[in-house]
Design a protein around this ligand. Structure first.
Ligand code: ZN
Length: 343
């Protein structure tokens, strides 16, 4: 079938790719309708690897997808042919200890789309376990359905923070993950959220999403802004969606005594940690890796419009222009949040 293939670092092609997937009893076959381009897809394209995951053979990209059920296995009862769905891209080993503990995102053997050597979903059809396939509410479009995967990261972060109604939140970084984390923090009970970035257009979009105060850290000091707004107390929860030495330090600076810092962004190299700065506030440090069991919550929030991701959908490309979509996403324009490809 025709697929967007990462042949090697820096080289994409849209070509026929031989892939034959049998339909198991517990699987569905899904026609893909929309796929979001993720930072990780772009990273594999530009660098050929993320940490220990190295692209050694041609690999189909894409892991944020929505589509329509074409066929279902004999044991599938909760989905029907014609259902509009989105898919959770990581399928764990059901027997692994992490999975049995409900921590299936931490299964080292998890098969995750577009993480070598597993093929992604930028192709007309996929076969996927029905247990990791979720029906979209009628009001949720395919494009919004393809946003459930990144939104799940934000919701998982909000869960880890154990938010309470009225909390003041800070999100460091207004990329797609920073934005969905801010939305999840508000839905989870934050009264307001401060969000930082160095690109004015992104901050403008973020400020339109709810009670979100943009902080342009090129010309404003985050600590001053947050302390002034909280009588010098600080933020209850800080989400670091940057993942760099300066952002971790900034998180410890603006979090309140007894507050929580959630490490969301993944640093490219080890980051030093100012342990004393964390200790003198008894900061609760949390970290996340992807998500587990949050797609139903993400879909419920989109379905009720408690969360609206539509302002984040800034750029669309047809499937036959997928390579142009990746080159555009690689350029990381200040006005672009999420690039999506329609099939
Ligand atoms: Zn993603």
């Amino acid at each position: 079938m025709n697929a967007l293939v990462l042949e090697a670092k820096g080289r994409l092609s849209l070509r026929d790719f031989p892939i034959h997937e049998g339909l198991g009893r517990h699987d569905v076959r899904v026609a893909i309708r929309c796929v979001g381009v993720c930072g990780s897809d772009v990273h594999y394209y530009r660098h050929g690897a993320i940490g220990p995951f190295v692209v050694r053979e041609p690999m189909i990209l894409g892991h944020e997808a929505a589509g329509v059920v074409l066929e279902r296995g004999s044991a599938v009862t909760h989905l029907a042919v014609g259902d509009r769905v989105c898919m959770e891209p990581g399928v764990p080993d059901p027997h692994h200890r992490t999975t049995r503990l409900g921590l299936y995102n931490l299964d080292p053997g998890v098969r995750f789309w577009a993480t070598p050597p597993v093929h992604g979903c930028l192709r007309p059809e996929v076969v996927h376990p029905a247990a990791f396939t979720f029906r979209l509410p009628d009001t949720v479009s395919f494009a919004e359905g393809a946003m459930v995967e990144p939104l799940a990261v934000g919701i998982h972060a909000a869960n880890k923070a154990r938010l309470r109604p009225g909390d003041v939140g800070v999100v460091l970084g207004a990329g797609p993950i920073g934005m969905v984390t801010a939305l999840a923090a508000l839905a989870g009970g934050c009264s307001r959220v401060f969000i930082t970035d160095i690109q004015a257009p992104k901050l403008e979009i973020a400020a339109s999403l709810g009670p979100i105060t943009p902080v342009d850290v090129r010309c404003q000091k985050l600590a001053e802004v947050v302390l002034a707004a909280t009588d010098g107390w600080g933020a209850d929860v800080v989400f670091d969606a940057v993942g760099a030495p300066h952002s971790v330090q900034q998180a410890l600076e603006v979090v309140c005594p007894g507050g929580c810092v959630v490490l969301v962004g993944m640093p490219g190299a080890p980051v030093p940690l100012d342990v004393v700065a964390a200790q003198v506030k008894e900061v609760r440090l949390e970290s996340i890796f992807r998500y587990a069991h949050v797609f139903p919550r993400a879909l419920a929030l989109l379905g009720s419009r408690r969360i609206d991701v539509r302002p984040l959908l800034t750029d669309r490309y047809p499937f036959d222009a997928s390579i142009a979509a990746f080159d555009y996403a690689s350029a990381m324009r200040p006005t672009s949040v999420k690039v999506q490809i329609d099939l």
